[in-house]
Design a protein around this ligand. Structure first.
Ligand SMILES: Nc1nc2c(ncn2[C@@H]2O[C@H](COP(=O)(O)OP(=O)(O)OP(=O)(O)O)[C@@H](O)[C@H]2O)c(=O)[nH]1
Ligand SMILES: C=C(OP(=O)(O)O)C(=O)O
Length: 215
């Protein structure tokens, strides 16, 4: 397979409910704005990756739908309240016959070259995944036909994806694809790696953020 044929499926919760683990560090309105900025930076970097043909965002959030569509992503309306794995399965069902990679929307430091490296390695396997920076969860799960995506995200998904037979991809040199942001400490780590424009701008507009992150 050529290295430019992946379709990414990016799940995104309604912003009002997203990134709840940041609630202690930032007020609700800012948390929603940050969740949107993370998604915009994730989608923009994914669309810029040489290995990516297109990006589909599975979401019911109206503002996020407009913003990611403006970047060039396709939007697949989510099932109501079905949860993350059901959203991914729903997205995958709308994209039959393609090499698919589920990618979390909370990767604000994502670098296109690192994503391409991960997807190029994934092209050598039927089904493969990348563990998150903490080594507990998963940030990317890839499957090429005839393999189904069979997503098992949430919590300790690294163990579940491994047990399901997916191959664990190399973790070296692809930190930006692994650095999801759930907590204030994760956001600090992402800022150290270097975040995309939307997240950098948003963080710059939040006067209390630096204090919250150093607390
Ligand atoms: N479409 C859709 N996406 C989801 C759903 N639940 C989680 N996601 C997305 O899945 C990815 C990983 O989820 P989490 O890291 O748990 O993000 P989150 O749910 O916003 O964070 P917390 O509220 O702190 O649990 C993120 O891109 C979420 O937006 C869901 O029910 N539907
Ligand atoms: C979605 C996942 O986890 P978290 O909610 O910790 O980001 C995962 O890593 O599968």
């Amino acid at each position: 397979m050529r290295d430019c044929e992946w379709t990414l499926v990016v799940p995104l919760k309604p912003l009002r409910a997203a990134k709840s683990r940041l609630a202690g560090a930032v007020p609700d309105g800012d948390r929603r704005a940050l969740a949107l900025a993370f998604a915009e930076d994730t989608v923009a970097a994914a669309l810029a990756a040489a290995a990516v043909r297109d990006v589909a965002v599975v979401t019911n959030d109206p503002l996020a739908s407009r913003r990611v569509a403006a970047l060039g992503a396709r939007v697949i309306p989510d099932l109501p309240d079905a949860g993350l794995n059901a959203a991914l399965a729903h997205g995958a069902a709308a994209l039959p016959g393609r090499a698919l990679a589920a990618l979390n929307a909370d990767l604000p430091a994502l670098r296109p070259t690192e994503l391409t490296r991960v997807l190029t390695e994934a092209a050598g396997h039927g089904r493969a995944f990348l563990p998150d920076a903490a080594g507990i969860g998963t940030t990317l799960l890839a499957a090429r036909p005839p393999a189904a995506l069979a997503p098992a995200f949430g919590g300790a998904s690294r163990r579940r994806h491994l047990a399901s037979g997916a191959v664990e991809l190399s973790t070296s040199g692809v930190e930006s694809v692994r650095q999801d942001v759930d907590t204030a400490a994760d956001l600090r780590a992402a800022l150290e790696l270097g975040v995309g424009r939307a997240t950098a701008e948003r963080c710059g507009e939040l006067p209390g953020l630096a204090d919250a992150l150093s607390a």
